[in-house]
Design a protein around this ligand. Structure first.
Ligand SMILES: [Zn+2]
Ligand SMILES: [Zn+2]
Length: 157
């Protein structure tokens, strides 16, 4: 087969010209394709990011709760409910410094998994923050829990 173009540059130029001509003649169609590509790509990137974040979270949570992440208090294992809780408190302030979500989990890995964190589900974490102790512990240490809950009640007018 005889070569149509003598150089690579010529070939590229010719392709560019024919592409431009095609785009001129099919302006609406091209716009439509472009829009579709943008949406597909955005969706693809969103799913990929979500997948990556999920892996990252499970990786970090598993380190603090091997072999599979579970709530230290109630044993919840659905990862969507789980997060890393800073035992000393101040988690929110800390997250403002290192970032939220994926950035926080990346920071944990970079710091080589610092001590002082534990895996809790959203419910138990919320309850601990609110009452000082999660009511689940009522099942195991009724007196301790009542005392703490009473102390909390006294501070609320
Ligand atoms: Zn829990
Ligand atoms: Zn609990």
């Amino acid at each position: 087969m005889p070569k149509k173009y003598s150089t690579e540059k010529e070939r590229k130029e010719a392709r560019k010209k024919s592409r431009q001509a095609f785009q001129r003649q099919n302006r609406e169609k091209c716009r439509q394709w472009n829009r579709e590509w943008q949406t597909d790509n955005a969706q693809y990137r969103a799913t990929r990011d979500r997948e990556k974040n999920r892996e990252l979270r499970i990786f970090v949570l598993s380190h603090y709760s091997p072999p599979t992440p579970r709530c230290r208090c109630c044993g919840e294992t659905l990862y969507e409910f789980l997060h890393l809780h800073h035992k000393e408190g101040g988690g929110n302030k800390h997250r403002e410094e290192v970032g939220r979500g994926a950035n926080f989990y990346k920071w944990i890995i970079k710091q080589d998994f610092p001590l002082g964190y534990e895996v809790l589900c959203a419910n138990c974490d919320e309850a601990e923050g609110h009452y000082g102790i999660c009511p689940h512990k009522l099942l195991h240490h009724p007196d301790e829990t009542r005392e703490t809950l009473c102390k909390y009640a006294e501070t609320v007018k």
